[in-house]
Each structure stands twice: as structure tokens, then as C-alpha cells.
Design a protein around this ligand. Structure first.
Ligand SMILES: Nc1nc2c(ncn2[C@@H]2O[C@H](COP(=O)(O)OP(=O)(O)O)[C@@H](O)[C@H]2O)c(=O)[nH]1
Ligand SMILES: [Mg+2]
Length: 321
């Protein structure tokens, strides 16, 4: 049994690490493994944890691992936050604390390289989640920093998105932009042992009340947590599982997974078409003459590219029906 995908299906952590590395590197062996794993990769509950740096996301993830392990669930963690103690740059104490689960054979923790473009990272992360699900991890926690497009992307790959905020940050620093409010399925005010928790809760409740919620829709709960003591963490786990159960009713989970599949298909189709068409464009005799004309400023690059592509598209009528 030398195929890494086969070994992943039997729960081999080392092979999962290897395949995720291939995925990050854009190595074709990653795609080969994903073809094999995809049919087995649809059964995990993917939970995104987002929020500003320092909000306590990693500490919460650590506490959630303990809580979920207590419920006999197998857990995978993907840390996309570049400041995550799961990845690099953490103070030693944090790092040691986070590693307490790494010897548990039912827990798999992996940081995702944050190099490359954001979209690329989102894809690699969702593919890594497929790998972990195929390995049998029943819950996959994805920690990501709530900056830029990040939170929207994590919401696309997660079934349940937990937005973590903390007391004492000004409204503008909370990073609770309209976008993050829209994507949150569960809201946690972490560091509830700090002063100012009531104000933050009031503020958040006010913002959530303005969020348009139709009847029969999910009402996002707002919870308080103290990550390092574990206070509120069982309730947080319950809220995530309740959200998953809600999605499971009336086929919402299937629909969410169908949309995920569609997104991957469309993105790949775009890439593969571009690659294939580019190869043909560069081989065509018109390419050299147009390139020469662009360089000599005899034609503008816009018209040149358009004319080459439309010439190829007209001749390329051999798509499968
Ligand atoms: N007082 C308090 N400190 C916390 C709590 N949760 C996390 N911290 C501390 O906040 C700091 C940042 O936590 P971390 O999990 O690395 O935040 P992240 O950047 O969001 O992943 C660490 O020193 C934690 O020990 C909490 O609930 N209360
Ligand atoms: Mg972190």
C-alpha cells in the first residue's frame, strides 16, 4: 500500500502531511491524491474560527480540541493565522501549551503556509480540509485571522463560522465590519474575564439585531468565553453542533456542499481553460507577429490579445457535447 491517498484513508498522519504539502506547493501529486480522496472527504464538520489577531483564537481552538475530544470526536486543525502558535512566531509557553494535543493520535494539527495569494490559500485550505475529512477527522477547525478578505473566504469553506471578538477594542478595531457580521454563524466574546465585556456584548447584540434575519433562518448565538480556563467552551461547541444540525435539516448541508463543489469546478475550469488556450495561443503563427507588432507599438496590446483569442475560439469548436 504505497499510495499516500490509500494510507490517508487508513488514518496515516504522515501521508496527510505529505499530501497537504503537495497541495500547498501546487505539485500535481496533490491533485492525484485529491481525486482519490474527494469521494471520502464530505463527512467532516468544518468550523472556521476568525477574528482579530490576539483575540484568543488559537487558545479557543486548543480548548475546543479538548472539548471535542471529550466527546470522542476526531479533530483536525488547520491554522491559517500567520501569528498562530500552531504555526510560527509564538512565544514558547503558547507553543508548548498548543502542542499538548499533538501526541493524541485522534488529533491532527497542521499550519498552512500563508505565502502566495489569498485565493490560493483559501483553495489549499479547503483541499486540506478534504484530506483531513477523508482521514476520518469528524471536525475540522480552521483558524484564520480576520483581516481583509480572509473572513469571507473562511466562511465559504466552513460549514460554521465562529467570529471571535474581545472586550475593550474600539468599534472600529473590532474588525466587525459588515462583512464579518454577515458571515458569522456563532459569535464569541472571548476574554470575558476582562472588564468591558457587558459593553461589547451590548454593542454586538445591537449590530446583530440590525442583521436581516428572515423567519426560519438561523439566529446566530452570542456567547462569552474565557479560552484559557475553558469557561463557555462547552457552550461554544454546543452552538457549533446546533448550527450543523440546523444545516442538516431540509437539505441545507447538502446544498452548501453542492455549492462548494460547484465553486471548485468553476475555478478549476477557468484555470484549465486559460492554461490550455494560452498554450494554443503561443503556438499559433499569429502569436509571433502580434507580439512583434505590440513591441513595435504598431498595435495596442488589448486589441492584439482580443484578436488572437477570438481567432482561436472560432477555430476551437471541438468541445465535447
Ligand atoms: N485573559 C485572557 N487571556 C486570553 C484569553 N484567551 C486567550 N488569551 C491570551 O491572549 C493572547 C493571545 O491569544 P491567541 O490564542 O494567541 O490569540 P489569536 O491571535 O487570536 O490566535 C495569549 O497570551 C492568550 O493566553 C482569555 O479568555 N482571557
Ligand atoms: Mg492564533
Amino acid at each position: 500500500m504505497s499510495d499516500p491517498a490509500e494510507r490517508i484513508l487508513t488514518g496515516c498522519h504522515a501521508s496527510a502531511g505529505q499530501v497537504i504539502r503537495w497541495i500547498e506547493d501546487g505539485d500535481r501529486r496533490g491533485v492525484a491524491a485529491l481525486k482519490h480522496l474527494y469521494p471520502h472527504g464530505g463527512h467532516a464538520h468544518v468550523i472556521g474560527i476568525t477574528g482579530p489577531p490576539g483575540a484568543g483564537k488559537s487558545t479557543l481552538v486548543d480548548a475546543l480540541i479538548a472539548e471535542l475530544r471529550g466527546r470522542a470526536l476526531r479533530v483536525g486543525v488547520l491554522a491559517v493565522d500567520p501569528s498562530s502558535p500552531f504555526s510560527q512566531g509564538a512565544v514558547l509557553g503558547d507553543r508548548v501549551r498548543m502542542q499538548r494535543h499533538s501526541t493524541d493520535p485522534q488529533v491532527f494539527i497542521r499550519s498552512m503556509a500563508t505565502r502566495g495569494c489569498l485565493g490560493g490559500l483559501a483553495r489549499a485550505t479547503s483541499e486540506a480540509a478534504v484530506v483531513l475529512a477523508a482521514m476520518g477527522q469528524q471536525v475540522v477547525l480552521v483558524e484564520t485571522v480576520g483581516v481583509g478578505q480572509d473572513e469571507v473566504e473562511v466562511a465559504e469553506l466552513a460549514h460554521t463560522t465562529v467570529v471571535v471578538s474581545v472586550p475593550g477594542l474600539g468599534d472600529e478595531v473590532q474588525a466587525l465590519k459588515a462583512g464579518i457580521l454577515e458571515v458569522g454563524d456563532v459569535f464569541a466574546i472571548n476574554k470575558a474575564d476582562h472588564p468591558g465585556c457587558e459593553d461589547t456584548e451590548k454593542h454586538l447584540r445591537g449590530m446583530l439585531a440590525m442583521r436581516a434575519v428572515e423567519p426560519g433562518c438561523w439566529q446566530p448565538p452570542l456567547l462569552r468565553t474565557v479560552a484559557h480556563s475553558g469557561e463557555g467552551v462547552p457552550e461554544l461547541a454546543d452552538a457549533c453542533i446546533a448550527h450543523r444540525d440546523f444545516l442538516g435539516e431540509a437539505g441545507r448541508l447538502e446544498e452548501a456542499d453542492a455549492r462548494r463543489g460547484e465553486r471548485v469546478f468553476r475555478a478549476l475550469l477557468g484555470e484549465l481553460c486559460a492554461e490550455a488556450l494560452l498554450a494554443r495561443a503561443e503556438e499559433s503563427p499569429a502569436h509571433a507577429s502580434l507580439l512583434g507588432a505590440v513591441r513595435a507599438r504598431e498595435i495596442d496590446p488589448y486589441s492584439a490579445a482580443e484578436s488572437l483569442v477570438s481567432a482561436l475560439a472560432v477555430r476551437g469548436g471541438d468541445a465535447p457535447r
